[in-house]
Design a protein around this ligand. Sequence first.
Ligand code: ADQ
Length: 463
Amino acid sequence: MSRLVVISNRVAVPKARGAAGAQGGLAGALNAALKKHSGIWFGWSGEDVPEFTGETSEQTFEGVTTVTMDLAKQDIDEYYNGYANATLWPLFHYRLDLAEYEQETAKGYERVNERFAECVAPMVEEDDLIWVHDYHLIPLGERLRARGIENRIGFFLHIPWPATRLFVSLPYHERLVRTMLRYDLVGFQTAEWLESFMHYCEKELGAEVDEETGCITFEGRRTIARAYPIGIDYEHFMSHEAGSDAREAEQRLVTSTRDRTAMIGVDRLDYSKGIPERIDGIGRFFDKYPECVRDLVFIQIAPPSREDVESYQQIRAELEQKTGEINGARSEVDLVPIRYVNRGYSQAELFGFYRAAKIGLVTPLRDGMNLVAKEYVAAQDPDDPGILILSQFAGAALQLKDAILVNPHSPDDLARAINQALEMPLKERKERHQKMLVSVRDENVQEWTENFRRDLAKVSQYA
Ligand code: ADQ
């Protein structure tokens, strides 16, 4: 069986001690796949050095070898904070207003992709399957090809692929897509992002696109493009159910909210997650139903991320202001309607919080998938499940159709959804939850990893 080589911006380095259980989700699934197929995981160490040296550091733990490289400060500024997170991330999340187009950061992005190729190429063995992850590394396949690597190489995009009309605002957009077509297999979270990509290839590049097979033929080469919706590590996540950390967290929330209904939001602090818009929706609900202020409490957990990027500093300030306004206007001596917590929690604690919350608010303005929505469903008590309010613009909405779907831009729609959730009879809650649970349980992260790996291994059959 072919060895698997996974390449992503960062590597979740397993630790010999103390990190047990800290790896859920994607990291856990990739580790399991690497263990099974005896592979390597390569990425940036997260450290910066005065100058890039090309030296790598390797460690093997339980059959998985992780290899990392350090990057120069300038590399990180241009490639990571710059092009990846201030150009591609906002553009791919439909935030043209936040996207910066700087030639210097574009060059840095290319340069760092070249550095990845320089370090990875010598490790590649003849029959390896190479799997590249996410928007940081789109041109890497092409850089590896330039170094003579002829292995099967796949790419998975964790975020949305934007509509063609939006995507063409990116200078040199054609170059980026041409590099995508040097992969053998490209995967997207949903059929919607896949269709946008194919539309671009056909209309802008003039590629031949077969929508049924996902085969894109361009300049004599073939690439297969498909949707692979990512899931959670269901079994691992459910293992928290019986643990004391989850139970204590659940109890903490239940005790502190007393007889009020708890609603929860859990996100990285990111403008794509629609948190200020969510707060507006809650404000609108309180305006419409002031008698409910005493019955509800909203808990938003949002640890800061990407703090070196300016738009992330702004979203933090905006959120603090909005929360302050609503709490200022609606609080009583014994009651605060919104609790905003600026830190992260372990998966076990999140399990407990999700379970204690009778409404889960997952309302991104745009999201590749969104795993919080799936975790919320998994954590519910099947005999008395909470209700998921989910943005129609999250990839997850295509699978979780029994959530209450909302337009996250509309405060009125959010207020309507909260009211609908509060009034929903137990029978309907159970029916909706049961259907969503089947999808969350069956379309899990192991399935996702295996499907992608299997298609990549088969890819020569199509070429
Ligand atoms: P993210 O944008 O980071 O991921 P998401 O899928 O919602 O978003 O979350 C990933 C993980 O982070 C989840 O396991 C969640 O529990 C954890 N997490 C989020 N907020 C947290 C918090 N406040 N405290 C602790 N943990 C938290 C990107 C894409 C998504 C896609 C994933 C996987 O943007 O669309 O679902 O990759 O492909």
